[in-house]
Each structure stands twice: as C-alpha cells, then as structure tokens.
Design a protein around this ligand. Structure first.
Ligand code: CIR
Length: 257
C-alpha cells in the first residue's frame, strides 16, 4: 500500500529502563532523540503526515509504537503485547487510531500479539510465534485477517536465537520479494517467495521498511546496502544505534498506513 500517514512517539526520559537483552549498554538519550528526529523527518520527506504521540515515561518501551497496533488496508486492530510492562501502551494507540479507524478491533485475552511479529506482504501476512506472540494471539489475528480477505502463515521463531520479533529478521520489499536473515530465509512458509538474504553478520539490517518507493534501512551495514541498491531500490539509511541497544529496529518506530 502507499502510505500517507504514520504514528510516531519520541522516547521518554525513562527509555533506558525498557526491556533489552542486547548487552550493548544504556542508550544515550540525546542521541536517541536525534535519531528519532531524523527518522521522522525522513518519513515526512517521503510524503507522510505524522501523528505525534507524547512521550510517556510510564512506558519506557512506548517509542516502539508498532508493537501495539496493526494497520492494514482492511482496517486496524489493537494488539495485546506479550510483555506485561507494555500492556498499557495500547490505549494511546487506540485513541490516536480511532480517528481514522472508528471500527477498531483488538486482540483479546488470553491471546497476545506484538506488532513486531506481524509482517505484511501485500495480501499475505507472516505472523511470528514468539516469546511475545502466543498461539491464541496468532490464531485470533489470522482469523481477523481472513475475514478481510488476507492470507496468513505462522513462523515459529522461538528457537531462532537473536530474534525478538519476526520482523527482527524478515521484511517485505514489495511484490513477492522479502528480505530475510539467514535463520528465517529457508523457512517453508517462504517457499514460492523471492528471498533476498541479509549477509551474515548484518542480521540487524533485516529489519527495514519500504515506504512507498524508498527503503528505510539501518545505517552502517556495508554489505546489505549495496545489495538492496543493486535491486533498484532508492535507499534511505538511518542511524539506529540507540534503538538497537533497546532491541528495537527501524520498523518499530512507526505505525504506517
Ligand atoms: C521490547 O523488548 O519490547 C522493546 N525493548 C523493543 C521492541 C522492539 N519492537 C519491535 O521490534 N517491533
């Protein structure tokens, strides 16, 4: 779909208290804000109108807005994040999305889904079964998608080391083409898709976002970037170092539609 809007939320002062297993040390707050600003300016340059949510210190991970809501061409659904500390993030996404999606659905208990586990690929969605998205959540989401004419398949990432969410290792590039970290690239759910592999050692670059005709990618991945340019993409590299420290990728910083 062509995007015209995105929800974003700058990190709050409590950002460093969020969940992380990266072992990369605490984020530098000033740098995080600077990187967030560059990310938002890039979305605006690509023609998107931004819907800004205020930073919320009660929820250190709330800058990762993507995890709390899923927006499709067939409507939007609020998730039920798998980490208890993130459950309260959904309300503000609901308030913001309600203006555009009056019939907002939601994942209900005992289902849990993190938006980071949901990879849209046109009329098909890949759903990650992860430590955050449980079987019940995946089933609820698949049924919701099916009612809107979308297909889906589940990829269990629980044994794939280093992947917090499905989209940590998988992105849609448009058409039938996906970008994948090698752990996911051979998965049977991807059969019939053209899978572009992220070079080993650059797994973090597997999380990218196609915004209309441009691919937003993490900066500094010197083998991945030319590979994507070689496919004909206009590429916009963005420095993500402070979000990476908190296990976040490019896609998590916005909800796009
Ligand atoms: C978390 O562990 O929930 C956050 N620190 C990072 C969430 C990143 N979200 C994403 O990849 N969609």
């Amino acid at each position: 779909m062509r995007f015209t809007r995105a929800i974003v939320r700058p990190p709050a002062a409590t950002f460093a208290a969020g969940i992380t297993k990266s072992g990369l040390g605490p984020p530098d707050m000033a740098l995080a804000l600077e990187q967030h600003g560059a990310y938002c300016r890039t979305l605006e340059r690509l023609g998107l109108s931004l819907v800004w949510l205020a930073p919320d210190p009660e929820f250190p991970d709330s800058t990762f807005v993507e995890d709390a809501a899923i927006v499709t061409t067939g409507g939007a659904i609020l998730t039920r994040p798998g980490a208890a500390s993130r459950a309260g993030e959904v309300a503000s996404l609901g308030a913001a999305l309600g203006r555009w999606f009056p019939e907002l659905d939601e994942i209900t208990s005992p289902g849990t889904v993190d938006g980071g586990d949901v990879c849209e690929a046109g009329d098909h969605f890949f759903i990650g079964r992860s430590a955050r998205t449980n079987a019940e959540g995946a089933t609820q989401l698949a049924a919701w998608l099916a009612r809107r004419g979308f297909g889906s398949s589940v990829i269990d990432i629980r044994r794939m080391a280093g992947l917090l969410h499905l989209k940590t290792g998988l992105s849609w590039l448009g058409g039938r083409r996906l970008l994948a970290a090698s752990e996911i690239a051979g998965h049977e759910a991807l059969r019939g898709w053209e899978v572009v592999r992220v070079p080993d050692g650059e797994e973090y670059a597997a999380n990218c976002v196609r915004v209309n005709d441009t691919l937003l990618i993490a900066q500094g991945f010197l083998a991945t970037e030319p590979r994507l340019r070689g496919l004909g993409f206009d590429v916009a590299p963005l420095e993500m170092s402070e979000y990476r420290k908190m296990d976040g990728g490019l896609s998590c910083l916005s909800v796009r539609w």
